[in-house]
Write a protein that binds this ligand. Structure first.
Ligand code: N01
Length: 515
């Protein structure tokens, strides 16, 4: 939506093609119970219009999916965006013509749309991962995916429910479903680390204060590694050297405050194994102190590097396992054998189920991009160009694909940040790049192969300085069988912004232009 607004401001004509029937993206599709943002509302919002950020009133520290969707609708109406958004428009191919330098986008109904530029805004977590299980076609109940939730909702009353998957989506949905259903069985392949949200209504004085100094608040956030939480700076100590008392003091303070900044209590949580282990041990103890059944508590204690898979933020997750109507089935060592018409079999035992909730995540970062069917210069398909991983320059452009831009593409900080900030940064960068082409009388710009190779080395080099590549996360594509194992996002927002700005200042170093 912001890209459209920005194109209009630059005097360009633009159309948005959207497979959904409404605006909101993630917040349009992910309507599962408990869906809520884990970045504070006052930060997870647009900042391109001061009027907009002054007039919109968020009700809670962390906004629910319905509230964010209302916000997206408000933005669309306020800036009259819908007249250039074509809903229910599924893109099946986008092809570059080398002789005319024109892109042709094909829609599912066969319509063709020509343009000079194509900007992908398909999102990083928008292609649902729906694993198949032996016998699932015989299952007599209902199977739903959190990322493609039925708009009319799902009635869990009186039902035996299974949730498969314990990432952010599962962990948000589980406490709510447990309260509604007859019995909930959680099938956990890998235990996640999750910290409490301590969500609450927003204090009007706090909001007034932020709104009076919104630009300063935003500017502070932009200077942090994840473009969020500028008012809660990263600790200055190493968790590897502090005393047990100091470790407990810092982590208790962060735990009681709640949210993603838990890992920022120390300056080396994601780069120092000893530090990470001490923090992980502290959280494991916390889990044992909340969950009353010892066997369940042990199964819920992760044994991976904390933060390696994305940290989860919850409301009453561990407490839910103290309910009589909730059981945990650990499928880490003994996977789901099969579905039957009435349930799910693990280790020879059938768990009776009426509704299965797949909280199994997404083909992240590249899934939706590759589904676009992009064919660049010389007939090169994006899927072929990326057979060994998503090589690109700045996370914004790909060699062989002139005038094709990606918002929050792989190779940029995207999912490691408050993504609204990353989106804004990319929209403005892309708009300026197009304006540069126009003002210099050139037709196309394309990343050079050497700039792209150097960028790929840079992204891998930064990731290798961290503990991120040490587990099977979706950041690495490890959740999708056969996907190349490459750490896709780039840690460190401020350094990234500085590099992207340098490229602009040097008249687009690393790009080739044509008339
Ligand atoms: O998906 P996930 P998600 N058999 O990939 C399991 C954002 N988000 O939708 O870990 C059995 O994290 C899988 O197991 P394992 C956020 O960035 C944000 O929950 O691969 N289990 C895992 O437990 C988040 O990180 C918000 O062993 C299978 C789970 O399914 C991202 O979206 C809310 C399986 C998938 O977890 C994705 O979160 C929601 C199989 N075949 C999401 N396949 C907020 O803002 C997968 N699993 C709060």
């Amino acid at each position: 939506m912001y890209m459209l607004h920005s194109c209009r401001n630059a005097g360009l004509s633009a159309v948005v093609l959207e497979r959904g029937s409404g605006v909101g993206g993630t917040w349009y599709w992910n309507r599962y119970p408990g869906a809520r943002c884990d970045v504070p509302s006052l930060e997870y919002s647009y900042q391109f219009s001061d009027d907009l950020q002054q007039e919109w009133e968020w009700s809670e520290k962390y906004a629910t999916q319905p509230e964010i969707l209302r916000y997206a609708e408000h933005v669309a109406d306020r800036f009259d965006l819908k007249r250039d958004i074509r809903f229910d428009s599924l893109v099946t191919a986008i092809t570059f013509d080398d002789s005319t330098n024109v892109w042709t986008t094909t829609l599912a109904d066969g319509e063709l749309i020509e343009s000079d530029f194509v900007v992908s805004a398909v999102g990083c977590l928008s292609s649902a991962n729906r694993p198949r299980f032996a016998g699932d076609e015989e299952f007599g109940g209902r199977i739903v995916h959190t990322g493609e939730w039925p708009h009319e909702g799902v009635d869990f009353r009186g039902k035996n429910v299974a949730v498969i998957g314990t990432g952010s989506s599962g962990i948000q949905a589980i406490p709510i479903i447990a309260k509604e259903c007859s019995h909930l069985t959680v099938f956990q392949r890998t235990a996640s680390y999750t910290v409490p949200a301590h969500n609450a209504p927003l204090d009007p004085d706090y909001v007034r204060n932020i709104k009076a100094n919104y630009s300063t608040f935003r500017a502070k956030n932009m200077l942090t590694r994840a473009a969020l939480g500028g008012d809660t700076p990263t600790g200055t100590q190493s968790a590897s050297t502090v005393s047990d008392e100091e470790l407990d003091r810092v982590l208790s303070e962060r735990w009681n405050k709640g949210g993603l900044l838990f890992l920022g209590g120390f300056n080396d949580s994601m780069i120092n194994e000893t530090s990470n282990q001490r923090i992980a041990d502290w959280v494991r103890d916390k889990i044992a102190s909340i969950v009353t059944d010892e066997r369940t508590a042990r199964a819920l204690q992760p044994d991976t590097v904390i933060g390696c898979k994305r940290l989860v933020v919850d409301s009453g997750y561990y407490e839910t396992f103290n309910r009589d109507n909730v059981s945990l089935v650990d499928i880490g060592d003994k996977p789901i054998e099969r579905f039957t018409p009435t349930g799910i079999v693990v280790d020879g035992e059938e768990h009776m189920v009426d509704i299965v909730v797949l909280a199994t995540g997404f083909d992240a970062m590249t899934g939706s991009l590759l589904k676009l069917g992009v064919i660049g210069r010389d007939g090169l398909g994006l899927a072929d160009a990326w057979s060994a991983g998503p090589a690109n320059y700045l996370g914004l452009t790909v060699h062989g694909f002139p005038n094709f831009f990606m918002i929050t593409g792989p190779g940029s900080p995207s999912v490691l940040t408050n993504v609204l900030v990353s989106i804004q940064h990319h929209v403005e960068w892309i708009t300026r790049a197009i304006e540069h082409l126009r003002s210099t009388g050139q037709r196309t710009m394309e990343a050079t192969e050497s700039a792209q190779d150097e960028w790929v080395r840079h992204v891998n080099g930064v990731a290798d300085l961290t503990l991120f590549p040490t587990c099977n996360s979706w950041y690495l594509g490890a959740n999708i069988p056969g996907k190349p194992r490459i750490f896709m996002p780039l840690p460190g927002f401020p350094d990234y912004v500085a590099r992207a700005t340098d490229v602009e200042r040097s008249s687009y170093r690393g790009f080739a232009f044509s008339n």
